[in-house]
Design a protein around this ligand. Structure first.
Ligand code: NAD
Ligand code: LMR
Length: 333
């Protein structure tokens, strides 16, 4: 009896593969959680030279997992090699925030990584490449990569706000004492930062409108700060930034992109085409469905004054980040 999988293999590149998120992500990918149980995976792990030993250690353990779907595995410090004919690029590699640091501090530290990686993707990736930026500041790093990859359609570049989306679902489920699987149609708008706006005005819990079950004071004083501040809460608790939950959200993001959304919409940061008054080009989070392998922004949602104010605040921050990286010469003119 043949044990061969039914689908052609997919090449997946993980940058920062020797780091914390990498360690949580690689085994889920190899196990088939991201692309499904019938899709073999060719894994490419990219690290900087000082991270190679750790990535090579993870590769040894991946080998020891004897994953039936893991068709090949390569560790490299060459972006050209890592992105060669890649179908899915998970850009995790960058420095995480530590206690007391704000994301703006990371612009300086990490902005320089994503221009060259965008250019390498542009030159070497497969025609159908999909890119997910996890490394912070994720939205603006995605913008830098996208702007440096002029031959790749802009909508293939995304940044991770699925972790924020999942955090919002979980906080609502806890508050309303319902299963998390019964909560849907939450939206994260804007930046993956403390200005993000987790919007519940269209959300349902056990098919009941959430807006009828919670009040604005709870939203403004507890829910929104808890979700937006969760990254810092985890850093304080763990002494390092979220890893397994971030990896899990990245798996959810790519799985839905490839296989379609279920149970309502999700949240993805992607280059704005002007929807909901978000200026074109910046990588901002929206409510989206995944249809036939593409993200489609949910149209026609009513945006009330409470929401508008908060969306605009986060979008303003993204515009400031864009101006800051442009001033550093990180965006091609
Ligand atoms: P980590 O320090 O454990 O690992 C990062 C790895 O990236 C290191 O091994 C480092 O050597 C490598 N690296 C650095 N520059 C690189 C480059 N140019 N090419 C390839 N590899 C490179 O950090 P982590 O905890 O895995 O976090 C990674 C990033 O993800 C951080 O920026 C963190 O803030 C971010 N993050 C984002 C989210 C999100 O929801 N968007 C959630 C959690 C963490
Ligand atoms: C998170 O949301 O957990 C990460 O982006 C880490 C951070 O710096 O907040």
């Amino acid at each position: 009896e043949s044990t061969r999988a039914a689908h052609p293999p997919v090449t997946v590149t993980v940058t920062g593969a020797g780091g914390q998120i990498g360690y949580a992500l690689l085994f889920r990918i190899a196990a088939g959680d991201m692309l499904g149980a019938s899709t073999p995976v060719r894994l490419r792990l990219l690290e900087v030279p000082q991270g190679l030993a750790s990535a090579e250690g993870a590769a040894l353990e991946l080998q020891d997992g004897a994953f039936p779907l893991l068709e090949s595995l390569e560790v490299t410090d060459s972006p050209e090699r890592a992105f060669d004919v890649t179908n899915i690029a998970l850009l995790v590699g960058s420095r995480p925030r530590t206690a007391g640091m704000e994301r703006a501090d990371l612009l300086a530290a990490n902005g320089g990584i994503f221009g060259p990686q965008g250019a390498a993707l542009n030159a070497h990736a497969a025609d159908d490449v999909r890119v997910l930026v996890v490394g912070n500041p994720a939205n603006t790093n995605a913008l830098i990569a996208q702007q440096n990859a002029p031959d790749i359609p802009a909508d293939r570049f995304t940044a991770l706000t699925r972790l924020d989306h999942n955090r919002a679902l979980a906080q609502l489920a806890a508050k309303l004492e319902v299963p998390v699987s019964s909560v849907r149609d939450v939206t994260i708008w804007g930046n993956h930062s403390t200005t993000q706006y987790p919007d519940v005005f269209h959300a349902l819990a056990e098919e009941r409108p959430v807006r009828d079950l919670v009040d604005e004071a709870w939203l403004a004083e507890e829910f929104i700060p808890r979700v937006a501040g969760r990254g810092a809460e985890i850093i304080d608790a763990r002494g390092s930034s979220s890893a397994a939950s971030a990896a899990s959200a990245a798996i959810d993001h790519v799985r839905d992109w490839v296989h379609g959304t279920r149970n309502g919409w999700t949240s993805v940061a992607l280059p704005s085409t002007g929807a909901y008054g978000v200026p074109e080009g910046i990588v901002s989070s929206f409510p989206v469905h995944s249809i036939d392998g593409r993200w489609v922004v949910v149209e026609g949602l009513d945006v009330n004054a409470f929401s508008r104010r908060r969306i605009d605040l986060s979008v303003d921050e993204l515009l400031e980040e864009r101006a800051a990286v442009a001033a550093r010469g990180l965006l091609p003119s």
